[in-house]
Write a protein that binds this ligand. Structure first.
Ligand SMILES: [Fe+2]
Ligand SMILES: [Fe+2]
Length: 291
């Protein structure tokens, strides 16, 4: 079985992030092949899909840099890792802005639901709340992009954009597990029940969000609701099954709604393992598997 999200010192993660930064800007999108849309609806759905990705990057960047400033006094190394992590999201945001222009749309204002959601999230002050929420976002991001790699419109530039996102968000999952561990080590034990409630609430909300996103993006990514909701439940569950010390356990009842049993989560996801993270120091060495 793959080594799951085991703990490593912050210096390990910082070194990987520094190595990744050196090569970050060497990678460019190849947008030389024009894209032909089957219908205006398909193009609209693609713009919705990548606008949602853009907003997630923007939020990840802001929250990581904000926490970094507050963490600095007690753990400068962790603060440095948070900054470099935020910078990776900033780089994704730049790529997505360029990509959205090429798709023929650009960055659009958020809809009312998305806006109120991000507003609520931006108001979160507790570090453990922010890092847990972010970790769960990274997980559903990596899951969605890996599924879309198999089913979305087959075009080399779409593939390249999805591969970059799937590859890096997969690396961000164990990285954020590390952030969560470091933050929880300083958090009072009395905060745990509140965090467990948040974990269950977020899992259910993210599964429900799969329904809303189908209305907007399915014409482009072709992922059925059931597949997406089940994949979210599976990967959000696996995340903590292999990090038992954190004390989050997926709800049997919720798993059952998508036909999963706790035993189905026993096999670790190698893409988000520490070993995979180590390989991800060099982005060129990562092979992204579609789900
Ligand atoms: Fe990202
Ligand atoms: Fe990320």
């Amino acid at each position: 079985m793959a080594t799951a999200v085991g703990d490593r010192p912050t210096s390990f993660w910082l070194k990987l992030l520094q190595q990744r930064r050196e090569r970050m800007h060497d990678e460019r999108l190849d947008l030389s092949h024009p894209i032909a849309w089957e219908s205006p609806e398909e193009q609209h759905a693609a713009l919705k899909f990548f606008n949602a990705a853009y907003r997630a990057e923007e939020s990840g960047l802001r929250q990581a840099h904000e926490i970094a400033g507050e963490v600095e006094p007690w753990d400068p190394e962790l603060a440095a890792a948070l900054r470099l992590y935020g910078d990776e999201e900033g780089w994704h945001r730049e790529l997505l802005a360029e990509f959205l222009g090429w798709l023929g749309g650009g960055v659009r204002p958020m809809g009312p639901t998305t806006r109120s959601f991000y507003r609520l999230y931006a108001r979160a002050k507790r570090h453990e709340t922010i890092v847990l929420t972010n970790l769960m976002f990274e997980t559903i991001g990596a899951t969605t992009y890996r599924l879309a790699l198999r089913t979305a419109k087959p075009h080399p530039s779409v593939r390249q954009m999805l591969t970059i996102l799937a590859r890096d968000e997969s690396f961000h999952v164990p990285l954020n597990v590390h952030f969560l561990r470091r933050i929880l080590a300083r958090t009072d034990a009395s905060a745990r029940p509140r965090l467990r409630r948040l974990y269950h609430l977020l899992t259910a909300s993210l599964m429900a969000s799969a329904y809303a996103s189908r209305r907007r993006a399915q014409r482009f990514d072709h992922i059925p609701f059931r597949t997406l909701a089940r994949a979210y439940a599976e990967h959000l569950g696996k995340l903590f099954v292999h990090a038992e010390d954190l004390g989050f356990r997926p709800s049997r009842l919720l798993l059952a709604t998508v036909g999963l049993r706790p035993d189905d989560l026993a096999v670790a996801d190698d893409v988000t393992s520490v070993a995979a993270a180590e390989r991800a120091a060099d982005r060129a060495q990562v092979r992204v598997e579609a789900l």
